[in-house]
Design a protein around this ligand. Structure first.
Ligand code: ADE
Length: 227
């Protein structure tokens, strides 16, 4: 079985790509797909680009063109909970949109208003985080097409759907994976607190995410050993 591994930013997947053996790279619809072997498993690693449309189309390509039978998304997110801090991880038990009309979206397959993470992939992620000494919670991830970088928007999202973190791809990946009957899980390391500081650090000053990426790479590699 091929495992699809995705990120949204090049930094989120570049360290993983360097760990692959027997790599071939193919460009397709604006994305580079790195096929190779990681921890004895066939994987395809790619950077989808940011936002829901990029995430959805790349997920479908991973499944249809590269035969991905499981999908792991790994990236950073804005923290929305006091249960964890910067650098800690949220594993998506449930992933949902905070900027969509779900009455309408749920009228077509997979007919869901929220997208559950796959229990076996969640268990593997939890075990991998524990083994890597990374603090993680299994919780609720909210997705939207805008970076959340002000307190007012953060409060509105908090009131509407009570997520543990916000990001820009997870629900789209999960929706398309569910539509294809492919198990998936979203992993997010907290890079900011989804407020004015987060915007300054991540968007204005072009924050260096190396530390978070090192954590995520460790977790994904440890996870694949468990699948
Ligand atoms: N990814 C990392 N931080 C984020 C934030 N604050 N909002 C949306 N996506 C993010």
């Amino acid at each position: 079985m091929v495992i699809g591994i995705m990120g949204a930013m090049p930094e989120e997947v570049s360290q993983l790509c360097t760990r692959l053996s027997g790599v071939t790279v193919e460009e397709y619809a604006g994305v580079s797909y790195h096929r190779g072997c990681l921890a004895g498993r066939q994987v395809v690693v790619c950077c989808a680009g940011m936002g829901k449309a990029n995430a959805a189309s790349t997920t479908q390509v991973l499944i249809t063109r590269y035969g991905a039978g499981q999908i792991i998304f790994s990236g950073v997110a804005g923290n929305m909970t006091s249960k964890i801090g910067i650098g800690d991880v949220v594993i998506g038990r449930t992933v949902l949109y905070h900027d969509a009309d779900m009455d309408m979206l749920s009228q077509s397959a997979p007919y869901l208003e929220e997208y559950p993470g796959d229990p076996a992939l969640i268990a593997a992620a939890e075990a991998a985080c524990a083994a890597a000494g990374v603090k993680a919670i299994t919780g609720r991830i909210a997705t939207g097409d805008r970076f959340v970088g002000d307190t007012e928007t953060k409060k509105k999202i908090e009131a509407a759907c009570h997520p543990d973190c916000v990001e820009m791809e997870g629900a789209a990946v999960s929706q398309i994976a569910a539509r294809n009957g492919v198990p998936c899980v979203i992993l997010r390391a907290m890079s900011d607190n989804a407020d004015e500081d987060g915007y300054e650090v991540l968007v204005v000053r072009d924050f260096d995410i190396k530390e978070y990426v090192a954590t995520a790479t460790k977790i994904v590699a440890a996870m694949i050993e468990r699948l």
